[in-house]
Design a protein around this ligand. Structure first.
Ligand code: GTP
Ligand code: MG
Length: 284
């Protein structure tokens, strides 16, 4: 039986830890058992129970305080993640070998982890070795998406993660509950990839014509290939959480194995029936 994993990624403060805690509560209400693993060695506060915590292995503060290493917070985090990649046996021991389990991995917010460092890809490969079906969940804060050039940078960050990890990915716009009615309407165009090329920036931030043209050209490219789309995530709206969960479940085929059992049982009877029939014919 496979196991299921969501890698919850995204820029700093995009709402990854909040997503994990609200998703666990949502799943509990649906009678589904979901666990969380903290992979952020700099994390301090959690409002969810976790099954494993990377800080048992290594913590950013220890790396920064080390007289020999002398890292700052970002370099320290990269060091921690590389150390983690060299000690995946810790992860294997912490996860155990429970079939059919469903785990959310709360990742750190440094964007370089998703764009060019190899550690996330190594983590995906390790999880696949442990029989996990992995779905990337990339979070972007909806507050930053109201101007088109900011939206493009969100799209490109999501795209570069998708390309480097090579697993199905669901992109999510978080904190929708903070948007006003007007902003919600405004943001609808960002939720429909067919509209990307038509995006027109109404703010006067984009004064340079060439910058505007570049934005439009990138939007056109994304639109032509329908490469990236976003789902809204509103933690105060069960329906929006359900839609996100359904997309992820579909991407990792959660529950498919259960549906397979019935037809298999039915088909197993058929061949033996045919065999008996043909055996009878031979006997005659
Ligand atoms: N209103 C609202 N606030 C949110 C939501 N998601 C996150 N927040 C707030 O945004 C802040 C950052 O959220 P976190 O969940 O810690 O974000 P994160 O991505 O885990 O941050 P890092 O781990 O530091 O990268 C917190 O103050 C949260 O309460 C949301 O859906 N709605
Ligand atoms: Mg966090």
């Amino acid at each position: 039986m496979p196991r299921y994993a969501q890698l919850v990624m995204g820029p700093a403060g995009s709402g990854k830890s909040t997503y994990c805690s609200t998703m666990v509560q949502h799943c509990e209400a649906l009678n589904r058992s979901v666990q969380v693993v903290n992979l952020d060695p700099a994390a301090e506060h959690f409002d969810y129970p976790f099954m494993a915590d990377i800080r048992e292995l290594i913590e950013v503060d220890d790396v920064m305080e080390d007289d020999y290493l002398r890292f700052g917070p970002n370099g320290g985090l990269v060091f921690c993640m590389e150390y983690f990649a060299n000690h995946f046996d810790w992860l294997e021991d912490s996860l155990g070998h429970v079939e059919d389990d469903y785990i959310l991995f709360d990742c750190p917010g440094q964007i370089e982890l998703y764009t060019h460092l190899p550690v996330m890809k190594q983590l995906v490969e390790q999880l696949q070795k442990l029989e996990f079906r992995v779905c990337g969940v990339f979070l972007v804060d909806s507050q930053f998406m109201v101007e088109s050039f900011k939206f493009i940078s969100g799209v490109l960050a999501a795209l570069s993660t998708m390309v480097s990890l090579e697993v199905p990915q669901v992109n999510i716009m978080t904190k929708m509950d903070l948007l006003s009615k007007k902003a919600k309407k405004e943001i609808e165009k960002y939720l429909d990839p067919d509209m990307y090329s038509m995006m027109d920036d109404s703010t006067d931030v984009l004064k340079s014509q060439r910058f505007q043209k570049l934005t439009q050209a990138i939007c056109g490219l994304i639109d032509d290939y329908s490469m990236v789309r976003f789902l809204p995530y509103d933690r105060s709206d069960e329906e929006s959480m359900n839609i996100v969960l359904q997309h992820i479940d579909f991407a990792i085929q959660y529950g498919e194995d259960l549906e397979f059992k019935e037809p298999k049982d039915f088909e197993e009877e058929k061949p033996s029936g045919f065999d008996e029939f043909f055996q009878d014919q031979v006997d005659e």
